[in-house]
Design a binder for this molecule. Structure first.
Ligand code: S3P
Length: 166
């Protein structure tokens, strides 16, 4: 797991009412790192997936299964546009920046930080947790690596619009 000292430059660039937004692929540690950063900065912490689960009253997996991904992406967009974001570290769902111009919106409301990992590293981090995540559930190891490579390739352009990359 990435060490928080890695974010020294980020922590120094923060002023009192900043909003820090962590983006990146599933398994890149957005929630873990977000919680640590929020504690260090004495900020609130918010995880978009958790908030959406509470709002809808279903797990992300259930939302995907019963309502579909398109519905989930609409909720993500609406949720994001209605957030009060001052003094907050936000961990976003892995796909959030890649839909509905969300990355441009995120860049307007805060400091975006991409937690960047190679497809191979993400595979190592994700291979034992596929069942928790609907878009990789049921994949064999071989399918998973290929899937990560392809999805990372299509998402890279969105992630790399972040203001800081670690
Ligand atoms: C998704 C990532 C998940 C969650 C949903 C879809 C994606 O979030 O939002 O399962 O499209 O990459 P995490 O990155 O927190 O796992």
């Amino acid at each position: 797991m990435a060490n928080i000292s890695k974010f020294k430059q980020l922590v120094q660039s923060i002023n009192k009412s900043s909003t820090i937004i962590l983006i990146g692929f599933m398994g890149s540690g957005k929630t873990t790192m977000g919680e640590k950063l929020a504690k260090k900065l004495n900020y609130k912490f918010l995880d978009t997936d958790k908030e959406i689960e509470n709002l809808i009253g279903m797990s992300i997996a259930q939302i995907f299964e019963s309502k579909g991904e398109k519905y989930f992406r609409t909720i993500e967009k609406q949720f994001l546009r209605n957030l009060d974001v001052s003094n907050t570290v936000i961990a976003t769902g892995g796909g959030l920046p890649c839909f509905n111009n969300n990355i441009d919106y995120l860049n307007q409301i805060g400091i975006t930080v991409y937690l960047k990992y190679s497809a191979e590293d993400l595979y190592e981090r994700l291979k034992s947790e596929t069942e928790k995540r609907p878009i990789i559930a049921g994949k064999s190891n071989e399918e998973l690596l290929l899937f990560i490579k392809e999805l990372l390739y299509t998402r890279k352009a969105y992630y790399e619009k972040a203001q800081q990359i670690y």
